[in-house]
Ligand binder design. Structure first.
Ligand SMILES: NC(=O)c1ccc[n+]([C@@H]2O[C@H](COP(=O)([O-])OP(=O)(O)OC[C@H]3O[C@@H](n4cnc5c(N)ncnc54)[C@H](OP(=O)(O)O)[C@@H]3O)[C@@H](O)[C@H]2O)c1
Length: 310
């Protein structure tokens, strides 16, 4: 079996993925012609990460699917020329990266590590560190990433609650849905993690009312999407002491402009959208499996529901 695979990913990604993908396809018995310059009407599958903005895909008339390298989809599905099935990236490396970023930043705030790291002032200021079982963590979003983070945090002993669109059941995690469920998760979350996609329904979900529902002195982590947060409301809540700290990895405008108040706010930590990245070693296997499925006439994994917007 032989397939033609077009990379639309920006030059460096092709070099990173060519050999791992050829190898992964080979293990499935699939020969592939991988390139960045196939004539569009000869292409069977597109590997996609449009770093340079929207791409006109209308010439890819025989492509069976576009296979994304990113987990987030809001800019991609806004492309009117993306008419074939679109599968987003769900891969073990991406998930593990997010689990490590989230647990690391939760532990920073839970243990008050800044006190130890920043105050080396020759004072033997003994304090009893809290236990995870005394800390309530909430996650908005219990998908591929949110559920893995919820499990990891519950495994450390945190009291974890999560919120999703459809009801869910996860061991050792209080799973809630709907408007009431949202308020319940917010009201109990001393540390709140946003792992929702950006859709019309989730835009500004962390607005002034939601921030006021959190316990006073709560911490917010946003590795989801910048547009989930009403920035002016968050800055006001930080200044008022309602929110003790925000650790933000995603922003409405990226890179975050130099003049953005988040950079200099004493209660904000900015990380440059690095919470989790797609790793060629693990992602190549996901793409290869979807190509195998396409060739076998089986349903693709991780297809995006364009009506739901994620
Ligand atoms: N910072 C980074 O480096 C980075 C890296 C990767 C991804 N991300 C972000 O993380 C997001 C989540 O990724 P994922 O792979 O976990 O996505 P996912 O598997 O699609 O999960 C999304 C979760 O959000 C829930 N949700 C969506 N709309 C909702 C609504 N209106 N109300 C309540 N819950 C809603 C879904 O509910 P259901 O379970 O009911 O569908 C699901 O639990 C991505 O969309 C992306 O924006 C960031």
């Amino acid at each position: 079996m032989s397939v033609t695979v077009q990379f639309i990913t920006g030059g460096a990604r092709f070099e990173e993925y060519r050999d791992p993908l050829a190898w992964a396809l080979g293990t499935l018995g699939i020969d592939a012609d991988l390139a960045e310059d196939h004539p569009p009407d000869t292409v069977d599958y597109i590997v996609y990460a449009p770093f340079d903005g929207q791409v006109d895909l209308s010439g890819y008339t025989r492509a069976k699917a576009t296979l994304g390298l990113w987990a987030g989809v809001e800019t991609i599905i806004a492309n009117p020329t993306l008419t074939m099935p679109y599968a987003r990236m769900v891969d073990a490396g991406l998930t593990q990266g997010m689990v490590e970023w989230v647990t690391g930043h939760v532990l920073r705030h839970h243990l008050g590590l800044d006190l130890d790291i920043c105050r080396q002032d020759a004072r033997w200021a003994y304090r009893v560190p809290p236990l995870a079982s005394q800390r309530k963590v909430g996650l908005l979003g219990l998908g591929a990433l949110g559920s893995a983070c919820a499990r990891a945090l519950a495994g450390l002993g945190f009291e974890v609650a999560g919120w999703s669109r459809r009801p869910k059941a996860l061991d050792c995690v209080i799973c809630l849905a709907g408007e009431t469920g949202l308020r319940e998760v917010l009201a109990r979350s001393e540390i709140l993690v946003l792992l929702l996609p950006h859709t019309a329904a989730t835009e500004n979900i962390l607005d002034a009312a939601a921030l006021a529902t959190l316990p006073q002195g709560a911490v917010v982590l946003n590795p989801g999407r910048g547009a989930l947060v009403d920035d002016a409301a968050l800055l006001a809540a930080l200044d008022a002491g309602q929110i003790a700290h925000a650790t933000l990895d995603t922003f409405r405008v990226e890179p975050l402009p130099e003049t953005d108040p988040y950079w200099t706010h004493p209660k904000v930590t900015v990380t440059p959208h690095l919470a989790s990245v797609t790793r060629p070693e693990t992602a190549a296997a996901v793409i290869a499996e979807n190509i195998r499925r396409g060739e076998a006439g089986e349903p693709f994994l991780h297809l995006v529901d364009r009506d739901a917007g994620y």
